[in-house]
Ligand binder design. Structure first.
Ligand code: TA6
Length: 324
């Protein structure tokens, strides 16, 4: 069954063995299993606890070719202590931050919680958009309601489309202003990518201006070719270029391309993560958050207007294996 619609989640299955699981709570993608080579995934720390991956020495991985049978492996981190019952935002996966990112920075939004309410609202599964070898795609909707209007007095409609291909996951957020006044918002896709944080690198961010939340919002310019997260990192890079590579040496990488999401946050709490009740012990060692967003400035959408932002995450295992 390519699209499995369950009471609280939707599972997209791609014929090549990939899958994506999306909770209706927050339209949070909680699993992206990409068709890939499990031996390398295991060696690089990318493979998740399920499904089981056969072990093989890393040296053997270079022998692989594109015709080697692939075993799927998990690309997202979800804390073992995350709540998946709708009682609080999921610690992991891809929470959607909307209509704000971080704590409210505008007086008119002061009733909102950190990162807004999209990640803690129950969305509706609207339709299966595509069901083909090229991709399997499902669409989720969240509309303003009496509940949202108490906190956020702006009529809106959000449409979130998740598209799965053999080695790619594309998530696309559309915002419609269904009200009569301009709608101002930030938007961000808070990806928790699974992999060994100690070896992870994000690039190219050299020369990009950033706000350092670890240093009380100090402004600075990135000097490194490759950004690591070996110390507590919480940086919002502004107008960062929109295309990034997340590497987990020696062999795995993801490439992330975006549309209309000009900024990117890189976050890993290191030991401060132990202060989060829903963080599994040492969980911060097993992921890096690379979060494309439109956050440095608010989007201002006129009545009747439409905005969309998109990210495409591509698992580049196969290419590296072939290159190796
Ligand atoms: O995107 C990074 C960040 O804003 C950090 O400052 C950090 O607190 C993180 O998000 C997690 O926020 P949360 O509200 O999910 O605990």
């Amino acid at each position: 069954m390519p699209v499995d619609i369950q009471p609280n989640r939707v599972v997209l299955h791609h014929p090549a063995g990939a899958s994506a699981t999306i909770l209706l709570y927050g339209a949070t993608v909680i699993s992206w299993i990409s068709g890939s080579h499990s031996a390398l995934a295991s060696a690089s720390g990318l493979a998740g606890p399920a499904p089981p991956a056969p072990t093989a020495p890393l040296g053997a991985a270079a022998q692989f070719t594109s015709s080697t049978p692939a075993a799927p492996s998990e690309r997202l981190f979800v804390s073992a202590l995350a709540s998946l019952d709708g009682s609080k935002p999921v610690r992991g996966g891809i929470p959607i931050c909307w209509p704000i990112f971080g704590p409210p920075s505008r007086e008119e939004y002061k009733a909102l919680k950190q990162h807004g309410f999209a990640r803690s609202s129950v969305w509706t599964y609207a339709e299966t958009v595509l069901d083909a070898a090229e991709g399997v795609s499902g669409r989720f909707v969240l509309e303003s309601s009496e509940q949202t209007e108490k906190l956020f007095p702006h009529p809106f409609k959000l449409v979130y489309t998740v598209t799965l291909a053999e080695h790619q996951l594309t998530t696309s957020l559309r915002v419609y202003n269904t009200g009569t006044a301009p709608l101002a918002f930030q938007a961000l896709l808070h990806n928790y990518f699974r992999g060994e944080a100690a070896s992870a690198g994000v690039q190219p961010l050299k020369g990009v201006r950033f706000v350092d939340k670890v240093r009380d919002g100090a402004r600075d310019t990135e000097a490194r070719e490759i950004v690591d997260v070996r110390s507590y990192t919480d940086r919002v890079y502004e107008a960062a270029g929109g295309a990034y590579t997340l590497t987990f040496p020696p062999s795995a990488h993801l490439s992330i391309k975006t549309h209309n999401l000009p900024d990117v946050t890189v976050w890993n709490p290191q030991e401060t993560g132990s202060g989060m009740a829903d963080m599994e012990p040492g969980g911060w060692e097993r992921y890096v958050c690379v979060e494309p967003g439109h956050v440095a400035r608010f989007v201002s959408l006129e009545p009747g207007g439409e905005w969309w932002g998109q990210q495409n995450a591509m698992d580049r295992f196969e290419q590296l294996i072939l290159a190796g």
